[in-house]
Design a protein around this ligand. Structure first.
Ligand code: UT7
Length: 330
């Protein structure tokens, strides 16, 4: 039977049990629930325990997605993990996850770093690989332990991020008109300094001094990221709609990267769509980078916000500064 489309067969997500509220944070640093909610819309986030790794969270989300799809780990022949916080710099955390899940050794396994846009980049990659006919079932995971790269003394960043994982299982379908309609990916490589980790890479390996200075933690120019994020997400959304001859009004639900409620509200305004067309859970998770879109996608499906025949728009931006959008028909 000819393959006509690539579809999402199942979704899953996982968040560590420990919840850190804004009030908890205000006991650790000089901040307040009022400041965090007003500036970002975040009320709480999940934080992994010291013995809980990115791969542990990814495995939980993946098991849920496989169960939802009615498939076993042994059915997977492609495993992609979008992350900026692999368990170790080497090897790819996809290989740890493969082993923990029992995905066959014949499966292709690799990590993908496009920061918070990683899931959308991974979706494009996985769908193209399935459409090639050379892979049957892909497991695409977005998983992050951002608490490990956040400076907990730096109030301008630490209040924004959280830990978690989301996963989808993808496969080919012979049904026409469903599944991934298209994607639009891009990057502003002239803005790498807006959100980055200064030391610990090959250009400046970590030293005792760099660690003492906290240069192994994430640094961000919040205001600049905000402005470029709104521009990039708006363009990515508009471009993909135009490319496929669709109007924003035809989108049942927009699932944006959950970084800041004010960014989501700005996109809604530019696209002239009411906020009830946007899925929002940033209040409960904060920014979980590559895990943000798949967690939101799973929660949107499970809460009945997506119905058969609906078109969903995914749109994200992240360090790089990368951006991406995807259209899916259910
Ligand atoms: O996935 C990509 C991840 N990054 C983002 O999405 C970040 C995008 N940017 C943002 O979300 C916003 O720029 C922030 C939420 C980071 C900051 O909001 P803002 O409205 O741009 O605030 P600001 O940086 O201009 O800070 C305003 C004030 C400053 O004080 P002064 O200089 O006006 O006296 C900050 O020092 O708020 C102060 N401030 C805080 N106060 C209480 C900064 N962080 C905090 C804090 N609690 N946590």
């Amino acid at each position: 039977m000819a393959t006509k489309s690539t579809v999402i067969l199942g979704t899953g997500c996982y968040a560590p049990p420990r919840v850190l509220t804004n009030d908890d944070l205000s006991k650790m640093i000089e901040t307040s629930d009022e400041w965090i909610v007003t500036r970002s819309g975040i009320r709480e986030r999940h934080i992994a325990g010291p013995d809980e790794s990115t791969s542990d969270m990814a495995v939980e989300a993946a098991r849920a997605a496989l169960a939802d799809a009615g498939l076993q780990a042994t059915d997977i022949d492609l495993l992609i993990v979008a992350t900026i916080t692999p368990d170790l710099p080497l090897p790819a955390v996809a290989c740890n996850i493969q082993h923990k899940l029992g995905v066959p050794t014949q499966a292709a396994c690799f990590d993908l770093n496009a920061a918070c846009s990683g899931f959308v980049y991974g979706l494009d990659t996985a769908c193209a690989m399935i459409a090639s006919g050379r892979y049957k079932h892909a497991l695409l995971i977005g998983a992050e332990k951002l608490s490990s790269i956040v400076d907990w003394n730096e109030r301008t960043t630490c209040v924004l991020f959280g830990d978690g994982a989301g996963a989808v299982v993808l496969g080919a379908s012979d049904q026409e008109g469903v599944g991934l309609i298209g994607t639009k990916l891009g990057a502003y490589g002239d803005s790498t300094d807006l959100l980055y980790i200064p030391k610990g890479g090959s250009s400046c390996p970590a030293t005792a001094e760099s660690i003492a200075a906290g240069d192994h933690f994430m640094k961000m120019k919040g205001k600049e990221v905000f402005k470029l994020a709104v521009r990039a997400m708006d363009e990515a959304a508009r471009d993909i709609l135009e490319q496929h001859g669709l109007h924003a009004d035809q989108i049942g639900l927009v699932i944006p990267h959950q970084a800041n409620l004010r960014i989501i509200e700005a996109i809604a305004k530019y696209l002239e769509l009411p906020m009830d067309r946007f899925f929002v859970n940033v209040d409960r998770y904060g920014n979980t980078s590559a895990a943000s879109v798949p967690i939101a996608l799973h929660e949107a499906r499970k809460s009945g916000r997506i119905k058969a025949g609906d078109i969903t728009l995914l749109v994200a931006f992240g360090a790089g500064l990368t951006y991406g959008s995807a259209l899916i028909r259910w």
